[in-house]
Write a protein that binds this ligand. Structure first.
Ligand code: APR
Length: 187
């Protein structure tokens, strides 16, 4: 599914974040930035040891923030390591921290003249964030950011498996139908 917001494209695809050819891919990292399972494991495996070497020089990242490294052997030139919140009950500032993780990632992209970004679904795996509420946060935060930042031409959400894709598609479609996308056209 693809929508336009002003002149930017926001699209959903089902696939693997490590295969994306955007300028940057966003890793679902932890505060140590020293790797893990899920997306983190896949990106470090596919990208190679240079990514971890650079992560070690950064010295960690607080929850709700993001840091950038090279992409190593990935097609993407850069990896933006975003640290989302561990979901407990939704009343421990998890929503604000998830918004912040997306905004920090997009802000880094703008500052580094990155024009296309592929996101994984932050916090919805090991960190246990319910997929639907996380999708609402991810898509609303991205839509709001793109409304004021035409320098980012493409934001792609790369969903792992059809279930995740269908949740994001349902949320994006409901945003469209509620007129919450001042879009130029969509498919
Ligand atoms: N491509 C795209 N999405 C993926 C991939 C992949 N190769 N592998 C997993 N996913 C999906 C998961 O299905 C989930 O929907 O990415 C989402 C995020 O899941 P996690 O990778 O578990 O990330 P998160 O929930 O943010 O937990 C972060 O997990 O791997 C550790 O080091 C990481 O401690 C950190 C924690």
């Amino acid at each position: 599914m693809k929508v336009t917001i002003n002149r930017s494209i926001l699209e959903l695809v089902e696939g693997d974040i490590t295969h994306q050819d955007t300028d940057a891919v966003v890793n679902a990292a932890n505060p140590s930035l020293l790797g893990g399972g899920g997306v983190d494991g896949a990106i470090h495996r596919a990208g190679g040891p240079q990514i971890l070497e650079e992560c070690k020089t950064i010295g960690g990242c607080p929850t709700g923030e993001a840091r950038m490294t090279i992409g190593g052997r990935l097609k993407a030139r850069y990896v933006i390591h975003a640290v989302g919140p561990i979901y407990k009950d939704g009343r421990q500032h998890e929503p604000d921290l998830l918004v912040s993780a997306y905004r920090s990632s997009l802000g880094l992209a703008s500052r580094h003249k990155i024009k296309s970004v592929a996101f994984s679904s932050i916090s919805t795996g090991v960190y246990g964030y319910p997929m639907e509420t996380a999708a609402e946060i991810a898509l609303t935060t991205t839509r709001r950011y793109l409304e004021g930042h035409p320098e980012i031409q493409l934001v792609r959400f790369v969903l792992f498996g059809m279930m995740a894709y269908e949740v994001y598609e349902r949320v994006l479609r409901s945003m469209k139908e509620a007129g919450r996308l001042n879009e130029g056209g969509s498919s």
